[in-house]
Design a protein around this ligand. Structure first.
Ligand code: C5P
Length: 322
């Protein structure tokens, strides 16, 4: 994986050094539990999911500029668009439009969350850009005021704003905080190549259509099982490991069969359980404690896997320096 840097066309700030910079940090996420329903007319799937924000962060530095531009450094920068498809650029444009603000911004992103990895890296960039521009421009919406804008930008963006551990319903954008005692230690294993969320959801639809043909029973209601909420409330890592689940895991494994082996290898090395995060392909291995997680990470890394260590829950997008 490369550690490089790229700049969007016209990203140079003309004239002298910028007068002010705002630094915001936003976390990546793991879906500890995710149940999806049948696709709706708008193309989205209703979800019942548990998000946890983890200590793998995107840093965004916002500086005054005449226009809205972006540059990217860190992991896989070559895979991040620098034009108006960039979610951080979209976030700044949306905030400017909604508030009537005519100022510009240059956003420098330092990426640590894998691109197209199922960990909400782009969503974290968007959340960080909203918070950074709100601070830099003095638009004063705050986290609550930014929430509807975040939901317009993407289903996972509101969670990157609030962080912690939360239940997501609707598209995943309607959030309820969830009590989670203690700290959860994760080993994150990179997939070989990124996976596209729409593609994985389409595979999920195909599997559901086949099931419908063979099953007589109606679809069960979408909910997060009580066992998952109880395990989190009591900080029982072993119980949580037993109840982690993701409806998008089978379609992700159908696309990248090696993911099943990654989960099996992680468990063989001592992880309590492993799951594909979101639409994948990052695999999240839950470990009993920090020492176990460090050991599992080392062993998998020695075996040639690209791994990262993280713990959760952590806070959502926040200003580090202004
Ligand atoms: O909301 P966001 O733009 O991040 O979603 C990316 C894609 O993932 C959507 O275009 C859709 O195909 C799929 N998706 C979905 N149901 C959800 C969330 C995302 O089908 N609840």
């Amino acid at each position: 994986m490369s550690d490089d840097s790229r700049s969007g066309a016209g990203s140079a700030v003309a004239g002298s050094a910028p007068s002010r910079s705002v630094h915001v940090r936003a976390p990546g996420k793991i879906n500890i539990f995710l149940a999806a329903g049948a696709v709706q007319d708008d193309g989205y799937h209703p979800l019942a999911t548990i998000f946890q924000a983890v200590s793998l962060y995107e840093d965004v530095y916002a500086t005054p500029s005449d226009t809205i531009t972006v540059s990217v450094r860190g992991v896989q920068p070559e895979q991040v668009p620098l034009d108006e498809r960039n979610l951080a650029v979209k976030a700044a444009q949306l905030l400017a439009r909604e508030t009537g603000c005519t100022q510009g911004v240059h956003l420098q992103i330092i990426k640590r969350v894998p691109v197209a990895g199922g960990m909400g890296g782009g969503s974290a960039d968007a959340a960080a850009a909203l918070v950074a521009c709100d601070e830099l421009w003095g638009t004063g919406l705050g986290i609550a005021g930014l929430h509807p804008l975040a939901a317009q930008l993407g289903s996972d963006v509101p969670f990157a704003l609030v962080g912690g551990t939360a239940m997501g319903t609707g598209r995943g954008d309607r959030l309820t905080p969830v009590l989670a005692r203690g700290t959860y230690e994760w080993v994150l294993v990179h997939g070989e190549e990124g996976l596209s969320a729409p593609h994985i959801y389409a595979r999920f639809d195909e599997a559901m259509a086949e099931q419908r043909v063979t099953a007589d029973e109606p679809d069960s209601p979408l909910e997060v099982p009580r066992d998952v909420l109880q395990a989190l409330a009591s900080g029982d890592v072993a119980a949580l490991a037993e109840h982690m689940y993701n409806d998008l895991e089978s379609p992700a494994i159908a696309e990248q069969p090696a993911l099943a082996q990654t989960i099996a290898d992680g468990c063989d090395e001592g992880a309590l359980a492993g799951i594909v995060s979101g639409s994948g392909p990052t695999v999240a291995l839950l470990c009993r404690d920090r020492a176990d997680a460090d050991r599992v990470a080392r062993t998998l890394s020695d075996a040639g896997r690209q791994v990262m260590r993280a713990h959760g829950p952590v806070a959502g997008a926040q200003v580090i320096e202004a």
